[in-house]
Ligand binder design. Structure first.
Ligand SMILES: [Fe+2]
Length: 390
């Protein structure tokens, strides 16, 4: 029997139903019928609709199930609050009573936002923060086309407040979808850059959940397996983009990372990345990829044994090294990894300048993800990490 104190602490673990495997997406109509759907708002994005068969296949499946639907595809990366309000207006005009979302994290988060406004009224920005949603959202079926955000199983929706130029986090059990349909075939149409960015986002979820001060034995289990899967499969996926085995391993890794971070929350990489992505409208995965190394170096001393375990998965003998050297080596290994995947630039090349840092740091300091970072951060610490990543 485990006699450590953690055995006696109360721990909650929230996970929705999901179906994983080839042809999982084809089950959307059947699940929508089970949830009593009369008319569906199908949320997706224009690029996906024009460049892949997935939207058309889903529409055909809904038609075959005799389910009327209306398609809303005006969703951009870093989904704007105005897009959510337009989607919610369409949902109301068309008398919809269920939502099916097909896309990457931005599409799934936009669908969650539409669901919040559909049930609660008001403006989406009024629901910022933790547990701020009084009424449950309509039935929501999420079908991811990337292996990254894991929004299909998470309690998170991240939305851009375009006036404040910052991303807001909505964290609530109310935004956990009714079901996630995870079909690895749908991730084969990601281009190399999107594959790398989303894969590194998933890796960041797993690492941050594992070292989070809200981690538990239940989140650790998923976080460590996610790191193993992603570390072993991401470079292979880029080398063989049509290899369904590697795509499946990556989608599984993203799912496990999602189950971990949805419950353990995240850390400083995401806090700094949300601020950066909101201010300068940059891709989320790319921001995380650039910030993860410097944040690991900063955090290492807060829980060295946890970082040593992560290092073991990456083949690094960190336990035989002085702490500072181990922190540097792990950070450097992450940097090298992202460079080999084609994310080989710094923040400066994304048009971030030294004069942006004060405001970026102020916004990051207010992000809820910072609360679970394993090491406390002052404003100056945040500024130094941005400077390191410049
Ligand atoms: Fe993320």
């Amino acid at each position: 029997m485990d006699s450590s104190s953690s055995s006696f602490e109360l721990r909650k673990f929230m996970a929705p139903e999901f179906v994983f495997g080839i042809h999982a997406a084809a089950l959307a109509g059947r699940y929508a019928q089970n949830y009593g759907a009369r008319k569906i708002l199908l949320v997706t994005d224009e690029t996906l609709r024009k460049t892949t068969p997935w939207v058309n296949n889903l529409q055909q499946g809904l038609t075959d199930s005799h389910l009327p639907f209306v398609t809303f595809d005006q969703v951009s990366p870093n989904p704007r609050s105005a897009q959510i309000m337009r989607g919610a207006a369409l949902y109301a005009e068309e008398n919809c009573n269920a939502i099916v979302a097909l896309g990457g994290g931005s599409v799934l988060d936009c669908a969650k936002g539409i669901g919040i406004v559909a049930s609660n009224g008001g403006h989406i920005l009024e629901f910022e923060g933790v547990d701020q949603i009084p009424c449950p959202i309509p039935p929501l079926i999420c079908i991811p086309t990337t292996s990254g955000s894991a929004s299909e199983v998470s309690q998170f929706a991240i939305i851009l407040d375009e006036n404040r130029k910052t991303k807001i986090s909505i964290v609530s059990k109310a935004v956990v979808p009714d079901i996630g349909l995870l079909d690895p075939e749908l991730t084969t149409t990601m281009d190399p850059h999107l594959t790398a960015c989303t894969g590194l986002d998933a890796l960041t979820h797993a690492v941050e959940a594992y070292v989070s001060n809200a981690s538990s034995p239940f989140t650790d289990l998923h976080a460590l397996e996610a790191v193993r899967l992603i570390w072993a499969s991401l470079a292979n996926t880029l080398a063989e983009p049509d290899n369904l085995y590697f795509r499946t391993q990556m989608l599984k890794g993203s799912l496990y990372a999602g189950l971990a971070f949805s419950n353990a929350i995240l850390g400083a990489t995401h806090a700094l990345s949300h601020s950066l992505g909101g201010r300068l409208d940059l891709p989320h995965g790319e921001c995380n990829a650039i910030l993860l190394g410097p944040v690991i170096e900063y955090n290492f001393k807060a829980c060295p044994e946890r970082f040593i375990t992560l290092g073991e998965i990456m083949g690094l003998p960190l336990d035989s090294m002085p702490e500072d050297a181990a922190a540097k080596l792990l950070s450097k290994t992450i940097e090298t990894f992202r460079c080999t995947l084609g994310i080989d630039h710094s923040l400066r090349s994304l048009n971030v300048t030294a004069s942006d840092i004060a405001l970026l740091a102020a916004n990051a300091a207010a992000d809820p993800c910072l609360a679970t970072n394993p090491r406390a951060m002052k404003l100056q610490d945040i500024e130094e990490i941005y400077e390191k990543a410049l």
